[in-house]
Design a protein around this ligand. Structure first.
Ligand SMILES: [Zn+2]
Ligand SMILES: [Zn+2]
Length: 96
């Protein structure tokens, strides 16, 4: 059993665990870098070095598995007609 699971069933009552993000973070004030974990939607992270809330995730959020266009692109515009490849312009089919 991992420490995280133990924490969920511990005697101390805490907020329900929602979806979280984790990854490399950097403080824009003191440039300290660390691995941060935070609930999805958190924009400002508290820097463990200077304690200011100037931290932010370094990298964009990327899913572990993602759809690819025939041209290889993985970023799309969401339009009334469907998801349109930002590279070749084709509307994606068969994704859902
Ligand atoms: Zn800092
Ligand atoms: Zn494409």
């Amino acid at each position: 059993m991992s420490a995280e699971i133990l924490n969920l069933f511990g005697s101390e009552r805490t907020e329900p665990e929602g979806p979280h993000l984790s990854g490399q973070a950097v403080c824009m004030a003191c440039k300290h870098e660390w691995v941060a974990g935070a609930p999805v939607g958190t924009v400002h992270l508290e820097c463990p070095a200077c304690k200011r809330t100037w931290g932010q995730f370094k990298n964009p959020v990327e899913p572990s598995v993602a759809w690819s266009c025939q041209c290889g692109e993985q970023l799309f515009w969401i339009t009334p007609n469907g998801c349109q490849c930002r590279a070749c312009g084709s509307i994606q089919e068969g994704m859902f």
